[in-house]
Write a protein that binds this ligand. Structure first.
Ligand SMILES: NC(=O)c1ccc[n+]([C@@H]2O[C@H](COP(=O)([O-])OP(=O)(O)OC[C@H]3O[C@@H](n4cnc5c(N)ncnc54)[C@H](OP(=O)(O)O)[C@@H]3O)[C@@H](O)[C@H]2O)c1
Length: 243
């Protein structure tokens, strides 16, 4: 059986929602978890909860829209752990519930992309040198069924009614970005996959969906995937999912 003890994982946006559940499941698997959060108060509290459960969890300040914060986080990981085995890009925003594409505001669109797309890329780029020091680096990018062109296109598509212009398209970009990094990092043995957790009850979903711990199993499965596992794919609870 593969042991995950000794592995170091960073989960961004891990102070609540799916992020803390991903951190919890990784911790329960024996992984040392860096609880990434932009709020020191919320991040410290989340890490304390996980520590109270006997998990090896540590708060790490990281605002994915702030290059200085990202660089500081990378330096802190380098100084204390010297490498990173798992990066879960979980932090994201959804700012336009109920707003039709024709009414979406440019500022809202930019802010969504700053976090969900540019922030995600900046974090990956900053962490690649640390992931290259791992024996089996893993990157998991949080996606959604709403990112799927197959599942949203046409009047009969299951998610055609979810018309979140900025959020959905930002996550479609995340899918494409996943493929690009997977192709570059394959030679380094670093696997890069996208995870669709399904609808989970968090602040982002306004409390709709199943318990976040259930959804968190999808990204955690990809974070702990064996060396012969896939890279450059999109996966949900039932395996490979449509782009
Ligand atoms: N919930 C669902 O049904 C669902 C379905 C599919 C995919 N997802 C994806 O799952 C991931 C987690 O979503 P969630 O539902 O758990 O949402 P959530 O409860 O709203 O949590 C989002 C997390 O991201 C953090 N965050 C936002 N902007 C950040 C920034 N600039 N820097 C660092 N952290 C930042 C938030 O921190 P603050 O507390 O400081 O705001 C929070 O910790 C997202 O990528 C989302 O797209 C969710």
């Amino acid at each position: 059986m593969t042991t995950h003890h000794g592995k170091i994982a960073l989960v961004t946006g891990a102070n609540k929602g799916l992020g803390i559940e991903i951190a919890r499941l990784l911790g329960e698997a024996g992984v040392t978890v860096l609880v990434g959060a932009r709020s020191a108060e919320a991040g410290t509290a989340a890490a304390a909860v996980l520590q109270g459960e006997g998990l090896d969890a540590h708060f790490l300040a990281i605002d994915v829209t702030d290059p200085v914060s990202i660089e500081a986080a990378a330096r802190a990981i380098e100084a204390k752990w010297g490498r990173l085995d798992i990066l879960v890009n979980n932090a994201a925003v959804s700012l336009e519930p109920g707003v039709a594409p024709s009414q979406s505001q440019p500022d809202l669109f930019r802010r969504t992309y700053e976090t969900n797309v540019f922030g995600l890329v900046a974090v990956i780029q900053a962490m690649i040198p640390l992931l290259r020091k791992s024996r089996s680096g893993r990157i998991v990018n949080m996606s959604t069924g709403l990112a799927s062109l197959a599942l949203t296109s046409g009047p009969e598509a299951p998610f055609q009614a979810s018309r979140l212009l900025a959020y959905n398209s930002s996550k479609t970009a995340v899918n494409a970005i996943t493929v690009q990094f997977a192709n570059e990092l394959r030679a380094d043995g670093i696997k890069v996959n996208a995870a669709n957790p399904g609808l989970c009850a968090t602040d982002l979903s306004r409390g709709q969906g199943r318990p976040p711990r259930e959804g968190a199993k999808v990204p955690v499965g990809l974070a702990l995937i064996d060396d012969d596992g896939p890279s450059g794919g999109l996966f949900g609870e039932n395996g490979a999912a449509p782009w």
